[in-house]
Design a protein around this ligand. Structure first.
Ligand code: HEM
Length: 166
């Protein structure tokens, strides 16, 4: 049986479901790349969203390449249009983000990043998620990610545009 959406989740309801699309990535220490991504937001009736993302390389000829980053976590809306996000990465990194929800735009920044001894250096992150203007009766989900990592100042690592897939 479908659990009833918790009232606290109303401000994030627009995220629910599966989104799939493509993006571009870059950073001063690596080669630019294209990637595909699928993310999903679910809930179990409690006041948080259950989130996961997987991604894969898109080769220059457009074919699907090797798996890239994956992450999983929880989005916890709070009073006053605030949100707390916990994310775990298979790269030995866990992040806590704090941010704000403004209609269909969410802006979050890292409060804490913890790394295992072997993880790469990531010091800060900033993400923006938002519904794009309506096109052909649907609104895509766009997101951008900036990070301060590998001794570099905060700057773009990724941006992607995802279509509602369910
Ligand atoms: C959809 C999500 C992401 C994709 C598609 C992606 C993709 C990539 C790719 C292709 C590289 C080049 C090295 C390689 O081929 O593995 C890379 C490097 C890197 N990414 Fe990401 N990434 C994502 C998310 C993240 C996140 C969330 C973080 C931090 C928490 C991160 C931190 C890094 C770091 C530190 C490097 C290493 C740079 C270096 O070695 O100089 N990435 N990423």
């Amino acid at each position: 049986m479908e659990p009833e959406l918790h009232d606290d989740l109303k401000p994030l309801e627009f995220l629910l479901g599966t989104w799939k699309g493509a993006g571009v990535g870059d950073y001063p220490t690596i080669e630019a790349f294209n990637f595909g991504q699928e993310i999903s937001f679910g809930h179990n009736g409690k006041p948080f969203l259950i989130y996961s993302s997987r991604s894969w390389l898109i080769e220059p000829d457009g074919t699907v390449g090797r798996p890239l980053a994956t992450e999983t976590g929880y989005w916890r809306p709070q009073p006053g249009n605030r949100v707390e996000v916990t994310l775990a990465h298979p790269t030995g990194i866990v992040e806590i983000y704090l941010g704000t929800i403004a209609f269909h735009q969410i802006e979050i920044g890292t409060d804490v990043i913890a790394r295992t001894d072997t993880a790469k250096e990531v010091k800060a992150g900033k993400r923006l998620y938002g519904l794009m203007p309506e096109k052909n009766g649907a609104r895509d989900l766009g997101w951008v990610y900036e990070m301060a990592a590998m001794g570099q100042p905060l700057q773009a690592h990724l941006s992607a545009q995802l279509k509602k897939a369910d």
